[in-house]
Design a protein around this ligand. Structure first.
Ligand code: ATP
Length: 982
């Protein structure tokens, strides 16, 4: 395969050289051979201790001792190369050393026949299986689908190449090396089998096959395996696509070379004389030494072509390959010289500078074209050579021509070899492609299965997308509702906290209120009892007072009766007095008339004047009497009015008492009613309180208010009662005083009347006296004789009349007045006593009321525990949680702000889908292309294909890529068919 190199950072680098020292083997131990090798890992030096001296060889890139495992060697030296190979570099690892120092062990490891270990976990497993395992691991890790891994295993013995993996008999398989016409400095090994490796497990099988063929060869050809070289090559081709959709092939190679034992080669590549004599000259090893020497001495000519080994590995020595040399040593003293040679060889090799370059990635089209052109060129050369063979020449020239033909034949053979090599390369390339096509087939089938699965999944995805959209929508709505609920919940929680706090306060206050209510209840019960007792007591007292008033009434009645009787008596007395006066007057009149008749008779004419005078006097007395009658009538009427007043006073007292009693009863009834109402209210309030917690405060307040009002009412009632009592007492006092005053006034009026009667009588008496004296004086003048008798009579009449009448009247009046007075006084005293008693009782009642009100009536004691009226702030409004419909509306409203994002379906993934071409379709397409061999048509097709590829690349779907690849593959096959026709 043609590869071009791109510089690796443009740097030249020395071959990496490592030294590995194996442990002393059984023979060496048996020979008691000393370990003379010392390693300094820091200085990366190896020292060899001779008996006399110690030689140090340094620096190496790495030094490994007997304890360093295969895994360490691999991970340090080979693993990095695998990465380089996958990147597109060629890498070579040489194992160089004396026979039996562990070259094969390092490269292949032990073949564990026991089956105890699989090759993956066999600690003795060498570089080759590890490298292949690693390569597959990396390819899988990088998820590369299209790659090919091929291995070849060559043995070079006595400058003959044998294919250890070839299918045919190893003896008959003669591998020939030709220059690679397409790449200068490279060779083509004609007939070499490059076996594709599909997985790790095939590696051991191949290694075993190689080992068996080696053994067979050794037996058949009496081959000394320690003098043969083996080259195990792993070729990794990775197909990848460039950005413009072009298919690129990236190739890297790893050569693992187990060289023949170095014991016959001297320091500078000189062959040991004895070995030379024995014919055991190892040309390849010899040339390798020389090449190394030439490379390190900057010689003009590097003798690569002098051995097949150096020809094959030319690129690995001073070329573009990354090269590592592992020098294996025996630690035994017996191998001192060989160890010295190996170390010196290794140090020399370390000076070789390579300039690694990554193999250029070539497009398949270019590669195939290149191959085609080369084949065509070789075909033409061959034809030309053959045609030359058919020319007839003169005999003279015949020999020259024979010679020429001989040369031509050799040339034809050479060209044929080269052609075969190229064709072999092409075939390998085609095998690679086949391998990758097989991969493609698998990928196609997998893709078809995936496509079917994808279709199924697509419908599922569509359904799921719809479900997802619904679910998303629901989720959003739910999230929205949840948010709302959370906010509401938060508000409610805060409110709850507030309410909790308020409840705690209210609970405490309610507790205290209940205490207060209990206290009030107790007070009300006590007050109820007290009111009962007080009412009973008051009723008792009122009864007492009633008795007193009855007594007072009786007394007043007595007074009235007495007064009436006194008045009657007085009236009678006055009547009697009047009668007496009339009698007396009649007597006086009769006496006077008798006297007058006597005087008339005696005094006839003289007495007529006396009679007229007497008549005048009589008229005067008559007037006086009528005046007295009037006065008596006035006195009577005054007494009547006094009686009426007394009666009225009594009636007033009675009325007042009745009113007082009624008022008291009313008050008592009102108080009782209030008490009952209050008790009912209390009861209902208590019931309500127990039922309605939230109204408890208000009820408590109201209760408190009512309690206050009731208290006020009670106080007011008591006050009113007290006032009424006072009013009653006052009224009684006033009535008493008024009655007394009226009595006194009437009595005074009576006295005045009596006095005026007395005065009138006195005045009358004086007037009569004066009249009689005047008459006497007149009659004295006229009647001197009889004047004395008349005068005496007159005096006696006047005296008798005035004295007895006055005395009688006075006595009667005085008696009457005294009687009235004494009666009035005694009645007044008894009324006063009764009133005083009533007053005392009223005072007692008042005191009792006051005591009751102020002392007995219990009032709620201020305990300080009754909660103060607290106005709790109204609970903050918690909006009622919206209904789901309202929430939905709110959600949709909120959604209006944001355009609803369309749920992205996977439609887009499928809409540009281009069906993947099946291998059958490809085959058909290939057939049609085979029919159209015209290059123009090919070009046209290529253009078409490229257009399709470009379109496919633009669409960037794996399916389209595959399609483009299919087209390219088609194209490639078209070329391939041409080539095979050749
Ligand atoms: N590092 C090592 N640890 C343990 N044993 C080793 C080590 N190196 C080599 N041996 C053992 O030494 C013996 C010889 O090793 P090996 O055959 O690999 O040598 P060689 O260099 O390949 O010889 P030849 O050149 O003849 O092929 C083997 O038995 C191998 O197991």
């Amino acid at each position: 395969m043609s590869t071009r190199k791109t510089p690796r950072s443009g740097k030249r680098q020395n071959i990496q050289v490592a030294v590995r020292v194996r442990p002393l083997n059984a023979n060496e131990i048996a020979d008691r051979s000393r370990n003379i090798v010392g390693l300094d890992r820091v200085a990366r030096s190896v020292s060899l201790k001779d008996r006399a001296s110690s030689r140090v060889y340094a620096p190496f890139d790495k030094v490994y001792g007997e304890k360093d495992s295969q895994a360490v060697i691999y991970s340090d030296l080979i693993a990095p190369l695998v990465s380089e190979v996958l990147t597109g570099y060629n890498c070579t690892v040489f194992v160089y050393g004396q026979t039996g120092t562990g070259k094969t062990y390092t490269m292949e490891g032990h073949h564990d026949e026991s089956g105890e270990y699989s090759w993956q976990n066999d600690p003795t497993c060498g570089v080759i299986p590890r490298a292949l395992h690693h390569i597959f691991t990396e390819l899988e890790k990088q998820e590369l689908e299209e790659y090919s891994v091929r291995v070849s295993y060559l043995e070079l013995y006595n400058e003959e190449l044998y294919d250890l993996l070839g299918a045919s008999d190893i003896q008959s398989t003669r591998l020939r090396i030709f220059e690679d016409p397409m790449k200068k400095g490279s060779v083509v090994i004609n007939g070499m089998e490059e076996v594709p490796v599909k997985n790790r497990d095939e590696v051991y099988r191949l290694l075993r096959r190689g080992a068996e063929r080696r053994k067979t060869a050794a037996t058949l050809m009496n081959m000394n395996s320690s003098r043969s070289h083996s080259v195990f090559t792993v070729t990794v081709v990775i197909r990848e696509n460039s950005v413009n959709g072009e298919e690129l092939l990236k190739q890297g190679k790893l050569h693992l070379v187990d060289l023949a034992g170095s014991e016959n080669v001297g320091k500078s590549g000189a062959v040991d004389k004895r070995a030379r004599e024995a014919g055991n000259i190892n040309q390849s090893l010899l040339t390798l030494g020389r090449v190394i020497t030439s490379l390190t001495s900057n010689a003009q000519h590097i003798p690569y072509r002098e051995s097949k080994l150096t020809r094959i590995l030319q690129d690995s020595l001073g070329g573009r390959t990354i090269t590592t040399l592992i020098a294996t040593l025996s630690p035994a003293q017996s191998n001192f010289e060989e160890s010295v040679n190996t170390l010196e060889y290794a140090l020399r090799a370390k000076n070789i500078k390579n300039h690694p370059e990554v193999n250029e990635k070539l497009s398949r089209r270019a590669l195939l074209k290149e191959y085609n052109e080369e084949i065509e060129r070789l075909r033409k050369d061959l034809m030309a050579a053959r045609e030359q063979n058919g020319v007839y020449l003169a005999t003279e020239n015949y020999e020259d021509m024979v010679e020429q033909i001989q040369k031509q034949t050799e040339r034809i053979e050479k060209i044929e070899g080269e052609l075969e090599g190229v064709i072999a390369k092409l075939q390998r390339a085609m095998a690679d492609i086949e391998m990758m096509d097989a991969h493609y087939q698998k990928v196609y089938e997998r893709n078809q299965a995936m496509h079917t699965k994808l279709e199924k999944r697509r419908s599922e995805v569509e359904q799921l997308s719809r479900d997802l959209a619904t679910t998303k929508h629901t989720l959003e709505a739910t999230e929205f509702a949840l948010g709302e609920s959370q906010a509401y919940g938060e508000k409610a929680r805060n409110q709850n906290v507030e309410l909790g706090e308020t409840c705690t306060i209210l609970s405490t206050q309610l507790e205290k209120t209940h205490d207060k209510i209990d206290q009030l209840k107790g007070i009300f019960v006590t007050n109820d009892k007290l009111y009962g007792d007080f009412a009973a007591e008051r009723i008792h007292k009122i009864h007492d007072l009633d008795n007193v008033l009855q007594k007072c009434r009786a007394t007043v009645q007595d007074v009235s009766n007495t007064t009436t009787s006194v008045v009657d008596t007085t009236g009678t007395s006055i009547g009697d007095f009047c009668t007496s006066i009339r009698t007396l007057f009649a007597e006086t009149v009769s006496r006077t008339e008798h006297f007058a008749s006597e005087v008339s008779e005696a005094l006839s004419t003289q007495c007529s004047e006396g009679v007229s005078t007497a008549k005048i006097h009589s008229d005067s007395v008559e007037g006086s009497l009528s005046e007295m009658k009037k006065l008596n009538a006035v006195a009577f009427s005054q007494l009547e009015s006094l009686l009426a007043l007394t009666t009225r006073a009594f009636e007033k007292v009675e009325a007042n008492k009745q009113q007082f009693l009624e008022n008291s009863e009313c008050e008592r009834v009102v108080a009782e009613k209030q008490r009952r109402t209050f008790a009912d209210q209390m009861r209902s309030m208590l019931e309500q309180q127990t039922k309605l917690f939230n109204e408890s405060l208000q009820l408590a307040a109201k209760m408190e208010e009512l309690t206050g009002e009731n208290d006020v009412e009670v106080k007011k009632g008591l006050e009113e009662t007290r006032k009424i009592g006072e009013t009653f007492a006052k009224a009684v006092d006033e009535t008493k005083e008024e009655a007394l005053l009226e009595c006194q006034l009437e009595t005074e009026k009576g006295r005045q009347a009596v006095k005026s009667v007395d005065e009138l009588n006195s005045a009358l008496s004086v007037a009569n006296k004066k009249a009689f004296m005047d008459s006497e004086r007149l009659h004295t003048e006229n009647l001197k004789g009889n004047l004395t008798s008349i005068e005496e009579l007159k005096k006696s009449v006047v005296a008798n009349c005035s004295n007895s009448l006055a005395e009688e009247v006075a006595t009667t009046v005085t008696q009457a007045v005294d009687l009235v007075k004494s009666n009035a006084e005694s009645q007044a005293a008894s009324v006063e006593t009764a009133v005083g008693d009533a007053a005392v009782r009223l005072g007692e009642a008042q005191l009792a009321i006051e005591t009751f009100v102020h002392e007995k009536v219990q009032r709620p004691q201020s305990s300080g525990a009754t909660p103060e009226r607290t106005r709790f702030p109204p609970a903050s409004e918690i909006p009622a949680l919206d209904t789901s419909d309202a929430l939905k509306e709110a959600f949709y409203a909120s959604r209006q702000q944001f355009k609803r994002k369309s749920i992205r379906t996977r439609e887009s993934l499928f809409e540009n889908e281009i069906p993947l071409m099946s291998p059958v379709s490809l085959q058909r397409m290939l057939g049609s292309l085979e029919e159209e061999k015209d290059e123009n048509v090919d070009d046209e097709l290529i253009n078409d294909c490229e257009t399709i590829s470009a379109r496919a690349v633009e669409r960037e779907t794996p399916e389209k890529e595959l399609d483009a690849r299919a087209v390219r593959r088609n194209r490639r096959r078209a070329f391939g068919s041409n080539n095979f026709d050749v």
